[in-house]
Design a protein around this ligand. Structure first.
Ligand SMILES: [Zn+2]
Ligand SMILES: [Zn+2]
Length: 169
């Protein structure tokens, strides 16, 4: 879909759901088709991915992010977000399986709702790159595997426990 049409589509969907104060931005992201920036009220679409996506894929991406905008960052991908996403016409799935972006099995979410994606199981705890430039235990990313909560490895959990203990000490 071309970027002009993608922008127009997004503006239309924002308007339909009462989000007239929000704007559309484009990024150069290579793995993530869409993002919701609550702090500056922007839906951010990946220019390179949108360009090679079908209209249906762009609609799904935009509705996913519009649902984030409607429910607020604190809901991340919880049930409130999922029900809203489905009510406005998205699938409510977390990772988009598009021809353009190979699905990442591991999707992480920071406390403020930013997403990180990995193809392999994360070996070490990490903090959100958007919330903190350097490692910050208050911005720890929580991982899900194929949309499900799964236990991390004992080594990962030990490392995480040590990090948390060090901060509270
Ligand atoms: Zn999302
Ligand atoms: Zn974050």
């Amino acid at each position: 879909m071309n970027l002009f049409e993608a922008r127009r589509l997004t503006v239309t969907l924002l308007h339909r759901h009462g989000l007239d104060a929000w704007k559309v931005e484009f990024s150069r992201a290579k793995t993530r088709a869409g993002a919701c920036r609550h702090e500056r009220r922007a839906i951010v679409l990946s220019a390179p991915l949108v360009t090679v996506m079908s209209e249906a894929e762009v609609v799904e991406t935009v509705l996913h992010e519009v649902a984030h905008a409607m429910v607020g960052a604190q809901h991340a991908h919880d049930e409130v977000w999922r029900r809203t996403a489905q009510r406005i016409g998205a699938t409510g799935r977390v990772s988009l399986h598009t021809s353009a972006s190979p699905a990442h099995d591991w999707v992480g979410t920071c406390p403020r709702g930013h997403e990180a994606q990995r193809h392999r199981r994360p070996a070490h705890p990490m903090s959100c790159g958007e919330c903190a430039r350097r490692f910050d235990v208050t911005a720890l990313v929580a991982w899900r595997y194929k949309g499900r909560d799964v236990p991390m490895t004992p080594a990962y959990r030990a490392e995480e426990a040590a990090l948390l203990a060090r901060t509270s000490a």
